[in-house]
Write a protein that binds this ligand. Structure first.
Ligand SMILES: Cc1cc2nc3c(=O)[nH]c(=O)nc-3n(C[C@H](O)[C@H](O)[C@H](O)COP(=O)(O)OP(=O)(O)OC[C@H]3O[C@@H](n4cnc5c(N)ncnc54)[C@H](O)[C@@H]3O)c2cc1C
Length: 481
């Protein structure tokens, strides 16, 4: 069995792994690091994930010296969001004319991999990692065993495994990580699947606001997300809750498409007739502290293998890239990567100092999803309140979108806006006309005085619902064991 030895092994050349391999190669050290980036398939990925990079992610990419990866991939500038409720749009521009980018995921990944491959000291190896090599005495991870991709090998034929050893192993193998449970053995966290995104590409579709991510809030299902990913291509992601319907196409055609803006209905029908539906689980996985007594020595997780949030707010790549920025800074001060005490101190600092950006994006994504995918009356009140809060404009838009885009990082600011939405939703309940629907026709009326006692009761329920949505999410971020 052949073996190779490096300073660092990185498993998975997706967003996080490629960025980390490149970042490590730029660390100033007496002797440049030797890094092995192991990826199971270097072919261009064809996935429905990671297609919109928020401005905060663009800034992190530039900080890492990888900004050029957004050039030459037919990327579309993104200027903000447009949220549509009952056919009514509200404009949510990014602050200070900042821009994100949307693109075909595979093209972006290939650009990141090419940049990592060119970096000094980085070897990119096409192989599937099958196990972590552990020291039989201490349990410390010493490296990985992997099988190289063999051109022309028949399915099922025996492939010789190679051993790769390193002072430090970083696992960045994505949302379906095979090594998460081994590395986090004692930490007791597991991904929770909130819903699924079902995706198709629409051809030459016209969004209500061009170069803006579009979120359509539909009755009976989760939100529909649309953004242009190339000159002629627009991604549509439909959020469907578990259990999934048996005939997904039919549900989209009959229940969801009629609620979309009219300019999108024809492209949606055409895409559904032509295209295969793709599906991905939308999981939530709070980050568990690594490097301590509950996790493995010699290895740590990065990216989706460690921490996931709902993709509604397109924050995954922004978190992963900011994580790499922070890790790069912290690892600069570690002179010996084989000294686990030094590395685990870095992991401890990383875990707590990344909170300011990662927690904000993590909590916001799930809280906003719960409101936008409202499946009970109180959440419905909060959803209407949230939409009307955005309609107020000014700081009611700037605050939330600054956090969503990864430009502003503050859990306190997030809590302020979230509960401002809750109180505004209650105010709206008392003061705004609501649709009473008489004989299928909309009839709008403000609540009468004799309805106030019931409304007061509902206020308490709505406020309680807001707390039940928000506070457990905060808890997942501040628990320290
Ligand atoms: C439906 C959906 C839509 C999303 N949309 C967005 C969005 O618009 N914007 C955004 O910022 N985020 C989005 N995300 C989240 C984003 O895709 C992830 O946060 C991001 O891709 C995480 O990067 P990663 O490097 O951790 O994992 P990945 O990018 O998944 O990379 C993992 C890599 O590891 C490789 N690998 C896996 N196992 C092995 C193995 N055993 N051996 C070797 N290699 C291996 C894989 O081939 C892959 O290349 C979305 C997520 C979902 C589910």
């Amino acid at each position: 069995m052949s073996t190779a030895t490096y300073d660092v092994l990185v498993v998975g050349a997706g967003v996080a792994g490629s960025a980390l391999a490149h970042a490590l190669s730029t660390l100033r050290r007496p002797k440049p690091l030797r890094i092995c980036l192991i990826e199971r398939s270097l072919a261009e990925p064809d996935r429905i994930v990671g297609e919109l990079l928020q401005p905060g992610g663009v800034a992190a990419l530039q900080h890492l010296g990888m900004g050029a990866c957004l050039d030459g991939i037919d990327a579309i500038p993104v200027h903000g969001y447009c949220v549509v409720l009952n056919g009514k749009p509200v404009h949510i521009p990014y602050p200070d004319a900042k821009e994100g980018r949307s693109f075909h995921h595979g093209r972006f990944i290939q650009a990141l991999r090419a940049k990592a491959k060119k970096a000094s000291g980085v070897d990119v190896v096409e192989a599937t990692v099958s196990e972590l090599i552990e020291c039989p005495k201490t349990g410390r991870v010493l490296g990985v065993r992997a099988a190289r991709k063999q051109d022309g090998a028949s399915e099922g034929s025996a492939v010789e495994k190679e051993s790769f050893f390193a002072d430090l192993t970083v696992v960045a193998d994505g949302c379906f990580s095979n090594f998460r449970s081994t590395v986090l053995a004692g930490a007791g966290v597991k991904p929770e699947t909130k819903s699924h995104f079902v995706g198709v590409v629409l051809e030459d579709a016209r969004l209500p606001m061009s170069q803006h991510g579009t979120v359509v809030l539909v009755e009976g299902h989760g939100p529909v997300l649309l953004y242009q990913i190339a000159q002629h291509d627009t991604r549509m992601l439909v959020d469907l809750k578990v259990p999934l319907p048996s005939d997904i196409k039919e549900v989209i055609l009959s229940e969801i498409a009629p609620q979309l803006p009219s300019s999108l209905q024809e492209p949606v029908r055409t895409a559904l007739a032509k295209d295969r539906l793709r599906r991905m689980p939308n999981s939530f996985l709070p980050p568990a502290e690594q490097g301590g007594q509950h996790t493995k020595e010699g290895v740590f997780l990065l990216g989706d293998s460690w921490n996931m949030r709902h993709p509604l707010t397109g924050g995954g790549m922004t978190v992963a890239l900011n994580d790499v920025v922070m890790l790069k800074e912290l690892l600069t001060h570690v002179d010996d990567l084989s000294d686990w005490r030094q590395v685990s101190r870095v992991l401890h600092r990383w875990h707590w100092s990344r909170k300011r950006f990662a927690s904000t994006i993590n909590i916001l994504s799930v809280a906003l999803y719960d409101l936008f995918g409202a499946d009970d009356e109180c959440l419905g009140v909060l959803r209407t309140g949230c939409f009307k809060y955005f309609e107020l404009g000014g700081d009611c838009v700037r605050g939330p979108v600054s956090m969503l885009s990864g430009l502003e990082q503050s859990t306190v600011l997030l809590a302020r806006h979230f509960f401002a939405v809750a109180f505004y939703a209650i105010w709206v309940m008392f003061t705004h006309p609501r649709d009473l629907r008489v004989a299928e026709k909309p009839v709008y009326a403000r609540p009468r005085l004799d309805e106030y006692p019931l409304l007061l009761l509902k206020c308490i329920q709505v406020f309680w619902t807001a707390c039940v949505v928000f506070l457990p999410l905060v808890w997942t971020e501040i628990r320290w064991w």
